[in-house]
Ligand binder design. Sequence first.
Ligand SMILES: Cc1cc2nc3c(=O)[nH]c(=O)nc-3n(C[C@H](O)[C@H](O)[C@H](O)COP(=O)(O)OP(=O)(O)OC[C@H]3O[C@@H](n4cnc5c(N)ncnc54)[C@H](O)[C@@H]3O)c2cc1C
Length: 463
Amino acid sequence: MTADLDVDVVVVGGGVVGCAVARELSGHHLSVALIEARGDVGDATSKANTAILHTGFDAVPGSLESRLVRRGYELLSEYAPRAGIPVEPVGALLVAWDDEQLQALPKLRAKARDNGYERTEIVDAAEVYRRVPALGPGALGGLAVPDASIICSWTSTLAYATEAVRRGARLLLRHRVTGIEVGSERTTVTTDRGVVTTRWLVNAAGMGADHLDRQLGHDRFTVVPRRGELIVFDKLARPLAPCIVLPVPSSRGKGVLVSPTVYGNVMLGPTAEDLQDREDTATSDAGLAGLLDKGRALMPALVEEDVTATYAGLRAATEHSDYVVDVDPAQRYVLLGGIRSTGLTASMALAEHVVELMTSAGEHLAVRSDLPPAPRMPNIGEAFPRPYADAELIAQDPDYGRVVCFCERVTRGELRDALASTVPPSDLDGLRRRTRALMGRCQGFYCGAEVGRILEDHVRGTP
Ligand SMILES: Cc1cc2nc3c(=O)[nH]c(=O)nc-3n(C[C@H](O)[C@H](O)[C@H](O)COP(=O)(O)OP(=O)(O)OC[C@H]3O[C@@H](n4cnc5c(N)ncnc54)[C@H](O)[C@@H]3O)c2cc1C
């Protein structure tokens, strides 16, 4: 049970948004508790997305999402290399496959300008094929978005959480918020493992944000889980996708794309399907078959490659076209709702915005001058040096030369470091997100038992 914890701010939800907020607020003279129902941070929507750092070129001009995606792009682009988050500025190419889409390109370019992004370029069909030779036949032209990047969403969330904890924030995992009562001075947050009192409450509960919001007496939005299914292809497919290949966006979202990943694979997806069940992250036969059909037209050689994995994530869609973000000064309450398909990119800007909202509500927030340096996260990106290839490191510590997961070349030293880290994993999936173990071609067939044993030994306290 959590014993009588009393803080200045409770942040509910340890996804990429809540972790970014906890990191930002703990950089001020505030005591912060980050409350997460699951056993790990970044274990819900934030672990299952397409991991693109968007420029915001196609957002709705003038919307909060447009502003925060643009700002978030700047902030995360600066933070990622500093914190060791793998990021690659591969660029994107939006491809027009019919006359209507071709006619839409100048409008998209103008929209990009309205969103403050000036660097798009309309290119002809020959240039489209020069940039992405593996594209299927029929492309008529395209819009290049040179600054779109691929990033590691797992390391981003972990870096924020790690920095928040090192700054003194309390991370309460496996604490589900079940009740909220706002008093005149303090709000009582009841969880299934005890009570936390706080002056301020930030609701970053993703799929559960509307439920919490109703507990505070509001009725302003309902989350609709919009499932996105994805197929991950083997690393041998990587040369087929030199950049992110986007469709012309529709009112249903950004559409099905082909993108390289920072782990060296290629992904195809996501679908967009509204569901009832907020927990349904299973993939479906129909969804995957539809993706393969689209992929066959988009890039025929890609669907001939081996599939490494499939997965699905749920976007927190709402009846509103923008984020549902607000502050209630009387309740000392900030809502971050409806953060659907751009939350990874916007995460640091949302956190910055929370500070603005609290300040506008009369809270005096002073930045701390005694902050520890940003954490340096272990690199799990393919484009940057990894321990198995670092002779000097291996000479100092032979565990970095002992490969456990051969598909992804993950060493015993990396698994050991992850288990001893500031925000350690609680299960195999968490260990996978911190090291890449089990996510290769064999999906843990060869190394699963050994990785599982290392985790069990750690839990039991035997080296
Ligand atoms: C298929 C797909 C593709 C996407 N692609 C991109 C992309 O390329 N680029 C991009 O920027 N964004 C992308 N997104 C969007 C991005 O992933 C989300 O916007 C982001 O992960 C949302 O983060 P979050 O912290 O709000 O939510 P979550 O990660 O869902 O975190 C919310 C947390 O709150 C916890 N919680 C809920 N209720 C309670 C409670 N009562 N008590 C305690 N804890 C609670 C949950 O357990 C969860 O961990 C994509 C999303 C999907 C689904």
